[in-house]
Write a protein that binds this ligand. Structure first.
Ligand code: PMP
Length: 362
């Protein structure tokens, strides 16, 4: 499609064109109901089918069985920062956090409001340019859970291998890399993600949880904060974001049709290599923020020799049909976010733009 630009925004982000077209085609009359899905009751057969299929698709893609639930909640990943300690951090216990960036810090901040916390490792000293080594992670005695951020959207770092914390529940904020490649989801007690990067539009937050975690939810916290209530009601305790869940399900179907996690993993490796190789072969013109072994497949951060050049790069890139490349203020420079739906074509075009820009200004 000619008038679509290359969208490198960190989220909300680009969605598969096929999915957008499918939604467009059935927008006015969803499956012969004579109305749009936007107008459909959440207590209707068509929506119940979407809700159930989305849960099943998510579990299938992650290879999870009967012992897991998938919930579709609201309030973004930021609400999960609070719900996790409210549900799982009981008096006298400690929750462990691995602090690898701004979002991990925010998760920790909320937990501190609820109970005792312990920083099991932090990468703050290098402005979060890496993922800690396994032997740097020092757990407290018998923590209630260990929380990690699988991909650090702002700093462009990503865990390649996940820590083994034995029987302690491992919880991951996967907002910016959920379903980006194969991994063993069963090692996690809980995974959560705002949808607006790899899963669909904003408005729905996916929570994937081992069922046994639902057994001891405190009855003293507000109802909407209780995971067990949402699970018992199949995410229909209150009105869910019907359209967002519908879109998310279309994205999950799309991902299955692409060949699932192993196929998308290869696709993402190939895309990331196009940009990282361009940086590495630029003779120092493009410098990455992340250390080599911690580089993210999803968010590629790079600096140019001067801030002036960075501004010019962002401006000229926009004129050339690329948006969202300006980096986050805490790192500076540029950032190309290339989630599952970003095409090889988009990354090839960006690579060419980077080479041309360097030849002109370098
Ligand atoms: N965690 C991570 C890793 C993120 O990238 C973001 C958003 N950029 C958040 C949490 C916050 O998500 P939300 O805006 O959905 O609350």
């Amino acid at each position: 499609m000619k008038n679509r630009i290359f969208n490198f925004n960190a989220g909300p982000a680009t969605l598969p064109l096929e999915v957008l077209m499918e939604a467009q085609a059935e927008l006015l009359n969803y499956q012969q109901t004579g109305m749009s899905i936007l107008e459909t009751s959440h207590r209707s057969k068509p929506y119940e089918a979407i809700n159930a299929e989305a849960e099943a698709n998510m579990k299938e893609l992650l290879g999870l069985g009967e012992n897991y639930r998938v919930l579709f909640l609201q309030g973004g990943a930021s609400t999960q920062f609070a719900m996790i300690p409210m549900n799982f951090l009981t008096a006298g216990q400690t929750a462990d956090y691995v602090v690898t960036g701004t979002w991990a810090e925010k998760a920790l901040k909320e937990a501190k409001l609820v109970g005792n916390t312990h920083v099991a490792a932090t990468t703050a000293e290098g402005n979060h340019n890496r993922i800690p080594k396994m032997d740097e992670i020092q757990l407290s005695d018998n923590p209630a859970y260990v929380h990690i951020t699988s991909n650090n959207t702002i700093f462009g770092t990503q865990w390649k291998e996940f820590p083994n914390v034995g029987k302690v529940p491992l919880i991951a904020d996967m907002s910016s890399d959920i379903l980006n490649r194969p991994f063993n989801a069963e090692n996690f007690a809980m995974i959560y993600a705002g949808a607006q990067k790899n899963l669909g539009p904003a408005g729905v937050t996916v929570v994937i949880m081992r069922k046994e975690l639902l057994e001891n939810t405190p009855k003293t916290i507000p109802t909407m904060m209780r995971y067990d209530i949402h699970a018992k009601n199949d995410s229909l305790y209150n009105t869910p974001p019907v359209f967002s869940v519908y879109m998310l399900n279309l994205v999950l179907r799309w991902l299955k049709a692409q060949g699932g996690l192993s196929a998308i993993g290869k696709h993402n490796e190939e895309k990331a290599a196009l940009i990282y190789d361009t940086m590495d072969q630029s003779g120092g013109f493009y410098r990455g923020h992340a250390q080599l072994d911690s580089r993210s497949l999803m968010n590629v951060n790079f600096r140019l020799p001067t801030e002036e050049l960075e501004k010019t790069f962002a401006k000229e890139a926009e004129q050339a049909g690329f948006i969202g490349l300006k980096g986050h203020r805490s790192v500076g420079g540029l950032r190309a976010s290339m989630y599952n739906a970003m095409t090889i074509e988009g990354c090839l075009a960006l690579k060419e733009f980077m080479i041309e820009f360097k030849n002109k200004k370098g």
